[in-house]
Ligand binder design. Structure first.
Ligand code: 5GP
Length: 206
């Protein structure tokens, strides 16, 4: 029986390490990763078409107008959005697709794709988060403060998520996220069509 791929949303506070977790999930377990469009300037080392599709505001607006994004949101001073075609093609081809997106985008996905699995990755406390943001060295003190206050707002949205994973030890976090996804995919309500087909199979065999 043909099965559609699973849509997976991974959010988390900036600095909680979700980027690394997602990268490892792709490498270790073969998930398909959606590359977002953004109006943010590239950070040192970031590559267009690999880390993001870097766009001007006019180009981004154009993507929205042509229904080219399945969700988009403003984060701090920039726009971020998920290109539609890649996600829909991958799901149709049976691949499990990860979206690494922030909380507003996640709530749009929840409505548009009710079968999506939503995970939230966090540090164990705010102090650890601040240390990790400072340690990254790419952000000014002002930007770090902005990201912490944004994290405070985001913490109000954690109730929208199916699973919460604390990123204390990286490898444990990666394997936990993978296990959670496997478990989520096995939930009965995500397998109604399969159950029906299986029952029909049994009827036909008897
Ligand atoms: P950063 O600037 O650190 O790369 O990303 C800032 C935030 O935007 C992160 O929380 C990241 O997950 C989120 N983000 C990245 N791509 C998308 C997207 O396509 N849609 C939404 N809603 N958020 C995104």
């Amino acid at each position: 029986m043909e099965r559609k791929g699973q849509l997976i949303v991974i959010s988390g506070f900036s600095g909680a390490g979700k980027g690394t977790v997602v990268k490892e999930l792709v490498e270790k377990y073969g998930y398909s990763l959606s590359i977002s469009a953004t109006t943010r300037a590239p950070r040192p080392g970031e590559v267009d078409g690999k880390d993001y599709y870097f766009k001007t505001e006019a180009e981004f607006r154009n993507l929205i107008d042509y229904n080219g994004l399945i969700e988009w949101a403003q984060y701090v001073d920039n726009y971020y959005g998920t290109p539609r075609k890649f996600v829909e093609d991958e799901l149709a081809a049976g691949k499990d697709v990860i979206l690494e997106i922030e909380v507003q985008g996640a709530s749009i996905i929840r409505k548009q794709y009710p079968d999506a699995i939503l995970l939230f990755i966090t540090t164990k406390d705010v102090e650890t988060l601040r240390e990790r943001l400072m340690g990254r060295g790419t952000e000014s003190k002002e930007k770090v403060d902005q990201r912490i206050s944004r994290a405070a707002e985001e913490s109000e949205m954690i109730g929208n998520y199916d699973y919460i994973v604390i990123n204390d030890d990286l490898n444990t976090c990666i394997d936990t996220v993978h296990s959670v996804i496997l478990g989520g995919k096995c939930k009965r309500e995500r397998n109604e069509d399969f159950i029906k087909a299986l029952q029909e199979d049994f009827h036909a065999a008897n």
